[in-house]
Design a protein around this ligand. Structure first.
Ligand SMILES: [Zn+2]
Length: 196
C-alpha cells in the first residue's frame, strides 16, 4: 500500500480528465460570466453540505491525491463530522465515499450482486496495530505504513466479494469512483472524488 501512494499521485489525472470534459462542455455552451457563476455556485454548494450530495462535489487534491480538506485533518485523524456510515454497518468512510459506496451497493443489489464490507476508515491507532499484526506491505505484508493508509483518509474500503461481485466491481466500480489499486489486494477499493 505504500506503492499506491505513487499511484495516487498519478491516478487523479484520469479523474481530472473526466472532470475536465464536463467543465469544457459547460464552458463551451456558456459565456465566461455564466461559467464563472457556475463555478462559484459549485464552490458555494461545496461549503453548504445540505445543498448538494457530497458525492457530487468536486475537490481540490494535494500532491499526493488527497482532498485538501481531508489532508488538513491528518491521516487517521478524520473527525466523526467528516465521516458517514456505510449502510447500517458500523463502518464509516469519508462522507462522499460513503455515499457513493451506499449507492453502489444498492445498485449492485438490484442486479443480483451482493457486495459486503469488511473494513473502512482506519484511525491511526488501528493502523499501528494492523501493521504489527499483518506486517508492512513493503515487506510482503498487508498493512500500509501507519499514517499513509488510504483507509486512514476514509477513502478506501475492503469489500467482501464473491467471484461474481468481483467481476461486477471491475466492470462498474469506477462509475462510483472506486478503483482496485493495490496488487495482491483484490478486496481493496480506493475512492477518488471528482476533482476541481
Ligand atoms: Zn484495504
Amino acid at each position: 500500500m505504500i506503492a499506491l501512494q505513487t499511484q495516487q499521485a498519478t491516478k487523479p489525472a484520469t479523474t481530472s480528465t473526466t472532470t475536465g470534459a464536463t467543465t469544457s462542455t459547460t464552458a463551451s455552451g456558456a459565456s465566461f460570466a455564466t461559467a464563472l457563476a457556475s463555478a462559484m455556485g459549485t464552490q458555494t454548494g461545496a461549503a453548504a453540505a445540505s445543498t448538494a450530495p457530497a458525492a457530487d462535489k468536486s475537490y481540490t487534491l494535494n500532491s499526493k491525491g488527497i482532498p485538501t480538506e481531508l489532508a488538513a485533518y491528518g491521516n487517521g485523524k478524520i473527525p466523526a463530522s467528516a465521516l458517514e456510515k456505510v449502510g447500517s454497518t458500523g463502518h464509516k468512510l469519508w462522507a462522499p465515499a460513503a455515499q457513493n459506496l451506499n449507492q453502489m451497493i444498492a445498485d449492485a443489489k438490484t442486479q443480483g450482486v451482493t457486495i459486503g464490507i469488511t473494513d473502512s476508515y482506519r484511525p491511526y491507532e488501528e493502523q499501528v496495530d494492523l501493521a504489527k499484526r499483518k506486517g508492512l506491505y513493503s515487506q510482503g505484508g498487508l498493512a500500509a505504513k501507519p499514517g499513509t493508509s488510504e483507509h486512514g483518509w476514509g477513502m478506501a474500503t475492503d469489500l467482501d466479494l464473491n467471484s461474481k461481485a468481483q467481476a461486477w466491481m471491475r466492470e462498474n466500480g469506477e462509475k462510483y469512483g472506486f478503483h482496485e489499486n493495490v496488487p495482491r489486494e483484490p478486496w481493496h477499493w480506493a475512492y477518488r472524488p471528482k476533482t476541481s
